[in-house]
Write a protein that binds this ligand. Structure first.
Ligand code: HEM
Length: 238
């Protein structure tokens, strides 16, 4: 007699048709990224009064910083599109195109971000190293993800691209963390920072540089393992 058995389906589709309101994170993801882009990027389009920008030594420095910001902006938009399940399910062609654009843009963006990290005038070395490692990991995770898709290893490709997106999005989280740290450290203004708001702000910046990309990377790992629960289906044994 036929026995119903439970088997695992490793090829279960990653994105079943689920309405967007059942994925409540997609709205805040877009909203926070859009806010960041509208708030921070326009200042770096065209050479302006340096007082409006992060401190820069010369025009070449400006080109490197604004280059990483423009390319970073495109990669952030692609990143949001790639993570949008509705787009992935309903417009796979758009998903493929934005995926290619993302990889193409991250390559120069991460290299420029690496130089930006060590050229920064206001970030202390402890923060420069944190940014330098972030830029390197961003490049490596994207290259590894790209290599996997070229070799047809789609599950590995997906995992590495999620890591790459987490690192890209960490730049937005960084700006949120910096405010949280500044408020959190403020009771120490007189006792530890000797009344210097600059010292407190620098410390908050370094803390947020390190913790933002570590936090988004750890979150991505948790998210992937949480979703890796095998789907079960009832099959009939022959
Ligand atoms: C993930 C790797 C990245 C690293 C390591 C990085 C590094 C840096 C550094 C070190 C600065 C400060 C420059 C200075 O003090 O001279 C900076 C500024 C900036 N970056 Fe990035 N960046 C990265 C990605 C991105 C992305 C994806 C965007 C998206 C648009 C972006 C947008 C900006 C903006 C707007 C500024 C100017 C500061 C501000 O107004 O917030 N960055 N970045």
């Amino acid at each position: 007699m036929d026995q119903p058995t439970v088997t695992e389906t490793p090829t279960a589709p990653a994105t079943a048709k689920v309405p967007w309101w059942r994925r409540p994170w997609i709205v805040p993801l877009w909203a926070i990224s859009a806010l960041f882009l509208v708030w921070r990027v326009p200042d770096y389009v065209g050479y302006k009064d340096p007082g409006a920008l992060v401190e820069m030594s010369d025009y070449q420095h400006f080109l490197i910083v604004s280059g990483h910001i423009m390319l970073g902006g495109v990669s952030l938009i692609c990143c949001c599109m790639q993570l949008w399940p509705w787009l992935r399910t309903n417009h796979p062609k758009v998903h493929r195109v934005t995926g290619r654009v993302y990889v193409l843009v991250v390559l120069p963006a991460s290299v420029l971000a690496f130089f930006t990290s060590f050229m920064s005038i206001t970030t202390p070395p402890s923060g420069q190293v944190g940014n330098g490692i972030l830029a390197t990991l961003w490049l490596l995770t994207t290259l590894i993800g790209f290599r996997h898709v070229r070799n047809g290893r789609y599950a590995d490709h997906r995992r590495w691209m999620i890591r790459s997106f987490a690192l890209c999005f960490s730049i937005v989280v960084n700006r949120l963390f910096i405010g949280v740290y500044a408020v959190g450290f403020s009771p120490l203004l007189d006792s530890f920072y000797g009344g210097s708001v600059d010292r407190l702000a620098t410390d908050a910046a370094v803390a947020s540089i390190w913790s933002s990309w570590v936090a988004t990377l750890v979150f991505a790992e948790w998210w992937m393992t949480r979703r890796r629960k095998p789907r079960k289906r009832v099959a009939t044994a022959a």
